[in-house]
Structures are given as C-alpha cells and as structure tokens.
Design a protein around this ligand. Structure first.
Ligand code: FNR
Length: 183
C-alpha cells in the first residue's frame, strides 16, 4: 500500500503561491507515496467545550481521521504578520486534542515557508517548528526551506522555474530519507 503524505497549506487563497509550491513539491514524490492535500477550508475553529462535552463538529472528526492515516506531514505556509496563518494553527490545535489523543504524534514533518518578500516567511517557519516540537512531530532540519521572492520563481504558465525545481527535489529527497528513518 502507498504511504500517504499529507499536505497542509496555510493559505485558502485561490491563487495561493504556497499552494503552487506545494503542488510542485508533491509532484516530486516517487510512486510508492501518495500525496494528499488536506482541505482546511471547512475546519471549524477550535473550541475546547465541544471536546469536553463529547460533541466535536464533524469537520474535526473527519480531519483527525484523515491525519491518523498519514505516514508523513508536509506543511507549506505563507507568513502572516511574522507568524503562522490562523488556518494552519487551527489545524494544529484541532489535531492536538482531546488531551492525550494528539493525531500528529511521531509523524515525520517537513516545513516549507513561502513569501513574495525577501525574508521568505522565516518567522512563520520557526513559529510552526515551535508548535511541532510540542506536538512531537520530528521535523527535517536540513536543508531548511525558505522560499522567498516566490513570484520570480513561477513561470507564466504556473509551473516552477527549472532550477528551483532542482532545489525542491533536494528538499524532497532529504525528507524521504528522514521519513523512512523516522517511520
Ligand atoms: C501577509 N503577507 C506577509 N508576508 C510576509 O512575508 N510576512 C508577513 O508577515 C506577512 N503578513 C501578512 C499578513 C496578512 C494578514 C496577509 C493577508 C498577508 C503577505 C503574504 O506573504 C502574501 O499575501 C502571500 O501571497 C500569501 O501567501 P499565498 O496566499 O500566496 O500562499
């Protein structure tokens, strides 16, 4: 059976650069892996009362089940106000509860930050890593993936420039070694 790799994109925007980068990264996985884009559009905002009362929204239950099936986690995110966009932080929070039932636990992760700016989403990248430490997600250290000035890396037809795809392949190759070591 193929190993499922979950892609979590921190932007809901139709024309999201992060999504474009995520799609390009997903195309580099060999056949024995199945990249799955986890939809965060409908994920209800976390409210602990609903877990405490045993009435979690259907969107949380579905999401938690989806994450449980995954062998690996790829986070591709823009930076909002020097941090992680709420949509992605909410996903982390929903998956982390009820207490003791953290669905992220031990799944090898990859963090990629994307920005039209030169700082390359560094703040989001590292705030995300901070949460992943607590969630017990072992995360690829090197190479770090800061995709800055992203507009210059996307061709007119929406594909990614060839030399950048070369860098993306370096990232994915390293992640695959890391994933297998930590599985
Ligand atoms: C941004 N943007 C942004 N960019 C950045 O490099 N650092 C930042 O701190 C922020 N802050 C920020 C806050 C909010 C609320 C928005 C809407 C945007 C700009 C952001 O990088 C840009 O809109 C990207 O295009 C968003 O990523 P997607 O949607 O293209 O994936």
């Amino acid at each position: 059976m193929k190993k499922k790799i979950g892609f979590f994109v921190g932007s809901l925007r139709k024309g999201s650069y992060s999504k474009t980068v995520a799609v390009a990264l997903s195309s580099l996985f060999p056949e024995e892996y199945e990249p799955i884009f986890i939809d965060l559009h409908e994920l209800t905002m976390y409210n602990q009362d609903l877990d405490d009362d045993g009435t979690p929204p259907a969107s949380w239950t579905k999401f938690r089940e989806e994450v449980k099936q995954l062998a690996g986690l790829v986070f591709v995110t823009p930076e909002y106000n020097r941090s992680v966009p709420a949509v992605l932080k909410n996903a982390l929070d929903v998956g982390s509860r009820p207490y003791g039932q953290n669905v992220w636990d031990s799944k090898p992760g990859l963090v990629v930050s994307v920005s039209p700016g030169a700082l390359s989403g560094f703040g989001a990248n590292h705030h995300l890593r901070q949460s992943l430490v607590f969630l017990n997600v072992p995360t690829l250290q090197q190479p770090e993936a800061y995709i800055g000035n992203v507009v210059n890396l996307i061709n007119d037809d929406g594909t990614i420039a060839e030399n950048t795809m070369g860098f993306f392949k370096t990232i994915i190759d390293a992640y695959l070694v890391f994933l297998e070591k930590n599985s």
